[in-house]
Unconditional design. Structure first.
Length: 181
């Protein structure tokens, strides 16, 4: 959905995905090493990416964000989204840290925590759910650090994870200070 939501914590900023971001995002989505745990998709052409972007702007059930690092790398490092809104629940996912220099630096955790802040403060949902493969260790580690807990595992080793607003606010109060823009 087209929106103007921006949240910042430390050197990580969530911004609406813009037209200038989509080519970099396309490059990362076409990298099989980065997307091996995401839904299987065919090669994304520039035309397909442009069509996706227009549909994403019109989708009233999805808020997509570009993840920017504002100090050292000073630019887009990935993306994340909130989607499948229910009255009191939303799904978190599509997290990708694509910039090679941004990986293994805790930015996945910070982007997750910021996205949870958006869900609980902007949309006032009671809980956020996500799905992650058990073998996606780096993502699972970031999600657990942000407060998600495992609910169940299916036959494909995909975990359903969840965090409530109360759990998030308690964790946030103990671990970091809010900085909104």
């Amino acid at each position: 959905m087209k929106h103007n939501i921006e949240y910042t914590h430390k050197n990580i900023k969530l911004l609406p995905i813009s037209q200038k971001d989509i080519e970099q995002l396309r490059h990362w989505r076409n990298d099989g090493n980065l997307t091996k745990y995401l839904s299987k998709i065919d090669y994304i052409t520039k035309e397909k990416q442009s069509i996706w972007y227009q549909k994403d702007l019109e989708n009233k059930d999805c808020y997509s964000f570009a993840i920017h690092e504002t100090n050292e790398l000073n630019g887009i490092i990935g993306s994340v989204a909130l989607y499948h809104f229910d009255k009191k629940c939303v799904e978190f996912g599509r997290l990708i840290i694509g910039n090679t220099h941004a990986r293994r630096r805790g930015y996945g955790y910070l982007a997750t925590a910021l996205c949870l802040q958006v869900a609980f403060e902007e949309f006032n949902v009671d809980e956020v759910v996500a799905y992650v493969y058990e073998e996606n260790i780096s993502a699972l580690s970031s999600y657990k650090k942000a407060g998600f807990r495992v609910l169940k595992k299916d036959e494909r080793n995909e975990l359903e994870i969840k965090i409530t607003k109360k759990e998030f606010l308690s964790l946030k109060e103990n671990t970091w200070t809010q900085h909104n823009t």
